[in-house]
Write a protein that binds this ligand. Sequence first.
Ligand code: DGJ
Length: 708
Amino acid sequence: MPIQYFEETRLFCLTTATTAYLFQISPNEQPLHLYWGAKLPRIEDYPLAPPDRQHSSFNATLHQNMSEYLCRNSIAEYEPALRVTFADGTRDIRLKYLSHRIEGESLSVKLADIYYTLELTLEYRVIPECDMLARRVTVYNAGQAPFTLEQVLSASLPLALDRGEYRLTHLAGAWACETLLERCAITPGRKVLEGRLNYSGHAANPFFALDLVDSAGQGAGENIGEVYFGALQWSGNWKIVIEQERAAGKRTRVAGGINDFEFSWQLGASESFETPWLVLGYSDAGFGKMSRNLHRYVSEQLLPPQFAHELRPVLYNSWEAVFFEVNEAAQISLAEKAAKLGAEVFVVDDGWFGERHSDHAALGDWQPNPVKFPNGLKPLIAKVNELGMDFGLWVEPEMVNPDSDLYRAHPEWAYHYPNREPITGRNQLMLNLCREDVQLWMLGWLDALLSEHNIRYVKWDYNRAISEMGWVEGAQSEIPVRHVHALYRIVAQLRAKHPQVLFEACSGGGGRADMGMLAHFDHVWTSDNTDPLDRLLIQQGYSLVYPPKTMYCWVTSTDWNRGNYPIRYRFHSSFMGALGIGTDLNSMSEQDLAEAAALVAQYKQLRPIIQQGNFYRLTPLGEEEVLAYQYQREGEGVILAFGQRYHFWKFLNRLRLYGLETEALYQLEGDLMEGEPHLLSGKALMRRGLVPKLERALNSALITLHKI
Ligand code: DGJ
């Protein structure tokens, strides 16, 4: 039973395969958080609420700070998850437990204000097989007088007391360096991770991990130690707040959800507001187990079902080869070469529509350019199909260039303030997706495009952060939520009508890598930075949270670091996820094309293991000199190892493998160091390990594992 309620103690106990999460309704009808961590043998083993106390008149009481969902009342020592202003100006929320409902793996607990008409439902979804649970809330106005929501987070909770110190691991970056690993100690004060530019963002990713640091200063490792983690299923403004108070015995609280930045929401009579889910997990076996649980959750619970269990195709994308200079003849010439390489989808990127010759014009004019494609896209699509590939197309539906027919006809469709010149970014403005006419227009042209053409792949881009959230006739403070809801709705409608189409989420690379997008899109374009060395760190961060199969990795000839990388190294770096090719195929020699074709063929053979296997980091997180990964699917494994900055004095540590059968024998093939055995038992591989052949900088090794 994943959810149990004990009437006598008014205790809720939520359990997954190895974890438990408990809270209790106190005698004064408050839900108090009690425990989150390893599952214990007996219900009596878990702590109950201690008597309430108060450190001083400068502090809230212990019970207030133990709240299962902290609302704005009393002394706001910690981030309140819920802040409202009632019609009479009152900002104080006093809730009491009303009722609860358990339905299989879902629990809802209803609370109501003692005077005003606000009702709050705490919702829980237990995901036993992923060892995780998800939380969100719904606020309901049961009366006539409207009130204003000023902050409504998905969840807030205290972490266990007296359990040592916490270290925060999170992902941060910028354009072309997304999802880089960051770590810091949690000390008294607040740490806020957030996105407030109308997308989840390049700068920070809506994810956190807090591992326990022991008295010797040792935190969790790849396979040992305790880690609490969470990720928000939301693609708009978000925040995750981690804060610690010294007075309360260094109690640490975490809260996360939609950012309150320039946000408020009028809740009228009988209206409700539902937050996105915050998924939460606890690992008692380090960051490796955390990542595998998150990957399983995305793969099995979150991804749109059509392609959730399908292999991602090898794609060719012409962006880095030709940028805006797309036309029928040049694309056909690239398509012929891409087909020979083994590409399965041919994607035409930016530049195919309107007067789009640079990034200065035409966003909004979604008709093929009549000079570049005199007979429309159909002849190119037919050729691509004839070559045995599916056809894909780039779009950026949420944007408009001032220099476009659309903007000339509908300047009011872009977010703007009445007495201000609109601020462009990449020469474009953002369409006001909160408007119904904009939504209908967008759905209309996309639906027509997909209905009239044999398109099997859509790359949905989003190339600027918002500047002004201006909406003259509408509720401006609701934009951050309404925009994202409209985006999700439109994509869901398109998917329902065109179930054969794969959707890629892109925002100038990986600016929209989040669980909200992965509930609607099949995968993510990880970064515009396609340098194979830089990519290793970006991909290390991405794969910490999201499964490798959702991470597209292109092989290109662009060397952001002028690295002069061997072709093999470029491919091995891109083997880490779903493989794409973005090289200018016209500039490759016959010899290089043949090597590339052989590598594509090898990837296709290994793809079920890479895309559907379990993922193990063989080198510690944060390590930069040598990075190694194992993908294991039953008896078949792939090891990828990269020497990045390999010092003269450095000896390569043996890499210990994971997830093997101890007694079984495994045949090893590929880049093993001279003298390494090619046949070893699972136990030997997991204990003694192996040494890949990595002799100099920018060298990579690929080893396969086959159970015999
Ligand atoms: C940003 C994307 O990340 C690139 O891959 C490419 O599609 C360009 N936009 C096109 O403008």
